[in-house]
Design a protein around this ligand. Sequence first.
Ligand code: C5P
Length: 236
Amino acid sequence: MKKELIFEGNEKRIYAVEDPHRVIFHYNDVIVAYNNVKRARLRGKGILTNKISAVLLGYLNGCGIPTHFIERLDDREQLCRKIEIIPLEVVVHNRMAGTLAAKLGVEDGFKPANTIVDLCYNNDELGDPLVNRDQAVALGLATYEELELILSMARRAGKLLTELFHKAGIELVDTKIEFGRASDTGEIIISDEISPDTCRLWDEKTQERLDKDRFRLDLGDVISAYTQVLERLESI
Ligand code: C5P
């Protein structure tokens, strides 16, 4: 397939293809944390995030939540629908961990009775600040109607992913979900990746961390944790 590089990020590259409404996502081995301050190259990481993301996005598609994912092409690439980016990050928290726990002064991993959904402005220079709906509309990021849909899709996706991971003996602690407008139809769809790079995943029995926190907190064994996530998802 003829490809033209249109975006080069830390952890992935995006290529345009002949069909103007399709792109190819290429996952590489770079891992970054703390707004790109900490970075490394971990051999094989991109293969794992590509495969895990394909499983999770394909599962959401199958559950009737549209995502940009069409099919995995090989170890590192997947064919996706082209989108217009909506610069928001929606984080669904089943537990309070990381930044949220630190900000609100609760123990890392505190489990509230309710699910928490945070809307953030995706802007690295500003550190992805929390925004409310009025602020998001004022910035022209989305309309009120689109936000309504985005938040309800994020909640449903969070619930479905929680159920799927539970079948694999993994607890979904939190997950970050991004959205875009499909370039052909304009419909709101989930975009970008969903993987241990964008979720907190704990082993249900041991509470061992199986996600990017292994890199953030220098716990080691990042690749074997990601491999475990893939193998457990593939076994259900
Ligand atoms: O960093 P924080 O604790 O707010 O992250 C909450 C969740 O969102 C984590 O699973 C983290 O991996 C994910 N996240 C992300 N990309 C960001 C910020 C957070 O994938 N830019």
